[in-house]
Write a protein that binds this ligand. Structure first.
Ligand SMILES: [Zn+2]
Length: 67
């Protein structure tokens, strides 16, 4: 059960899922590397604002309900 250890497993480009090139590791191209960078810097990759939905008053605490 000894799998051969690959020193440099090829991982797909995280941007477009194409096989990555060592030159642009871990991306497949300079473009994808730039895309990733711009996502981090430009904010287009921003996490959508999480609006916590609080239960409106009255929905809860209306006593026990027996279904
Ligand atoms: Zn790519």
């Amino acid at each position: 059960m000894a799998d051969p250890v690959r020193l440099k497993p090829r991982r797909p480009c995280p941007i477009c899922k194409k096989p990555s090139l060592q030159k642009f590791h871990p991306f497949c191209s300079a473009r994808c590397a730039q895309v990733d960078l711009s996502r981090w810097l430009g904010g287009s990759y921003a996490i959508p604002a999480v609006e916590t939905e609080e239960p409106s008053e009255g929905d809860l605490d209306n006593g026990q309900r027996l279904d």
